[in-house]
Design a protein around this ligand. Structure first.
Ligand code: AKG
Length: 262
């Protein structure tokens, strides 16, 4: 969705835009707000991100398929700016879907390097009741923020809208996906992609010479706990400096005396 100049300047969605955004996540499995985070802010984040990624790549091999990296982010600036962790245009959508007591438990990134390949089509989460044909409301939402302009050659994420987030667990995703409609999500740097974590998707080949990073945050209903990743760790002083809403969002994470303390 392209937001109006008014909405971008005031950082507030019109009530009718909010309703459409909520319903797009509920019906399509995702909504995209194009280019809402200022470029100068994204440039600062990208520079620091690429420095961290280089260190990370020196210590580990591709962990999400060929030339593709998942990397957790340190809970520090420039990554923890309010316009990343609690963006005023994204929060009303997240809160309407997940509840105002939702929380954030995942603070990371997905990067397609030049030469990355197709991933298998997948959903990022287990269904709560895979043995039934129940379609439940969303309980996990991923927010992706691209740090470059993502065009077709940069390996955009491919998504299967139109209800794959509501499908029961007894379907053969790999057999079905090639016969279903999918979209390649091209988007300007600083866009916000809000997607139901169950929606089918995959990474596609990055044919360019540019590294394509997406920040990836996951927000969940208050009762949901994920055991797959450790808690996000943050020093007491960092936590103390967060807004009241950010404190609430990260309330289940881990406060440590020093970033590297156990
Ligand atoms: O970054 C992408 O394009 C998709 C990554 C992804 O879906 C994954 O690694 O699970």
């Amino acid at each position: 969705m392209k937001l109006s100049a008014d909405e971008l300047n005031s950082l507030a969605l019109k009530p009718e835009t909010l309703q459409i955004a909520i319903q797009k996540v509920q019906m399509d499995g995702f909504v995209l707000f194009e280019g809402v985070i200022p470029r100068d802010q994204i440039n600062v984040i990208r520079t620091e991100f690429l420095r961290r990624l280089e260190e990370y790549r020196a210590s580990t091999s591709s962990n999400r398929g060929l030339n593709r990296y998942q990397m957790h982010l340190p809970f520090e600036q420039p990554f923890i700016d309010p316009r990343i962790i609690e963006h005023p245009l994204a929060m009303p959508v997240l809160e309407a879907i997940l509840g105002s007591d939702c929380h954030c438990y995942y603070f990371a990134s997905d990067t397609a390097l030049p030469g990355s390949d197709y991933q298998n089509t997948h959903s990022d989460t287990q269904l709560l009741y895979p043995d039934t044909t129940l379609s439940l409301p969303a309980y996990n939402i991923v927010v992706n923020i691209p740090l470059i302009d993502v065009e077709l050659e940069h390996g955009p994420v491919e998504v299967w809208p139109g209800g794959t987030h509501l499908m029961p667990g007894n379907l053969d995703l790999h057999a079905l996906a090639p016969h279903m409609h999918s979209d390649l999500v091209t988007m300007p740097a600083g866009s916000i992609l809000i997607r139901d974590m169950r929606m089918w998707h995959r990474g596609t080949p990055n044919l360019s010479r540019q590294i394509r990073p997406h920040l990836a945050l996951i927000y969940a209903r208050a009762w949901y706990r994920c055991v797959d990743y450790g808690a996000i760790r943050m020093p007491q002083s960092t936590y103390a400096g967060l807004s009241d809403r950010a404190k609430r969002l990260f309330r289940f994470e881990r406060i440590v005396s020093e970033p590297n303390a156990t």
